[in-house]
Design a binder for this molecule. Sequence first.
Ligand code: AMP
Length: 471
Amino acid sequence: MFDKFRDECGVFAIYGHPEAAKLSYLGLYALQHRGQESAGIAASDGKEIRCHKSMGHVAEIFTPPVLAGLDGVAAIGHTRYSTAGDTVLLNAQPFAVACNKGQVAVAHNGNITNAAELRAELESEGSIFQASSDTEVILHLVAKSRERTLPAALRDALLQLEGAYSLVFLARDRVIVARDPHGFRPLAMGQMELSGGRHAYVFASETCAFDLINAVYLNDVEPGEMAIVGPEGVIRQQFAPARDRAQCVFEHVYFSRPDSLVFGRPVQESREMLGRLLAREAPADADLVVPVPDSGVSAAIGYAAESGLPFRQALIRNHYVGRTFIEPSQAIRDFGVKLKLNPVRHLLEGRSVVLVDDSIVRGTTSRKIVRMVRQAGAREVHLRISCPPTLSPCFYGVDTPLRSELIAANHSIEEIRRFVEADSLAYLSMASLRRAVNDLDQEYCYACYSGVYPTDLVNIEELMSAKKRRG
Ligand code: AMP
């Protein structure tokens, strides 16, 4: 429910539409949940790439005059809440540069796990970096490549990267997108029909971005695949052999919108199934099922349907909470949570409640919410979590904190129950999580729940200290 750990990004790209920047704006608008810190769009009119980026929300950044300055039929966009790099405008994306391969802009979702080594090597050879984000490394590798064409230089660069990336590039006359060989982060491809039988092609982290602009989902960019879209149409090619798939399961548990297809699967279906399986594994003798909005809603619907208990929205979320607020000098207890959530007392008074949320990370927010429900009169609070205990940090683009801060890495479920002050606490099992996302062929990454990382993390110390620096 809290944005404080949110640390991902959303990417969008479009080629072949006269209003490319406007549609990118709408695409980013639909992807706003993937990052609220900064956003940017780079557009090309065939001669020049122009880029506008700023801190803040998509709707505030892209005013009509700003969009009017972003002409052209091709554009890429990004919405960000940092996974690497400090939270300053310098790190906002897309990054646009002019290099020996021409003008190029890039936007990235994921986390390059060997970025620090690559950067040190590049710096020792004379490269100068403006930002602390690992995405800039990619541009330097492209510039350094001896290949002459941009797609070949990109391939050259991508083959040196390790970790997670769904990337969108913009050149003056084309859009190129690529997904890492494990397919950690999503990247969907869609199509729009234009007059005269022409088509525009779009790419986005989630298909909810397509719905808003009436684009039709075609398929996913495959792990290790690159799609090049230009005047000659779409060319798709494997730039690297696909490795064992490692699609981020947390996209289905929490991160993506339920109205999206992610990895080709409806997120809503996974979430409802998570709730249903949770109800089977961890029933509760209660009067009603209450979600923690918004993250627990779909799973709570599944839990209620399976258990036969009534579903009630007894916590109401204020969706308009901004970055700045004024707190009275006399501190109000749990002010932050109260700003966002308020209980519906008459639904809770005297009732035994199943409270459903997607995860417990540090436990501090969950404790405040359990307290809030109890103070509103609930007789019992049974907390149900629609995934297994979060045991390990993510190095592939989700900002779970280090093990030392993950309550489940250091405490038993009974200890967590006591900490969050619930009458009972249960998590979903790994087997049920796999089942809920229909992972028949072991195509998902579960590292945050299992501690088993699908890639070698050579510089794990550096990755951990980067997380620590971000706090
Ligand atoms: P806490 O009890 O303090 O660990 O906070 C748990 C809340 O954090 C739950 O409501 C989750 O939905 C939310 N949460 C978990 N992971 C993330 C994440 N990566 N980004 C934002 N919120 C998250």
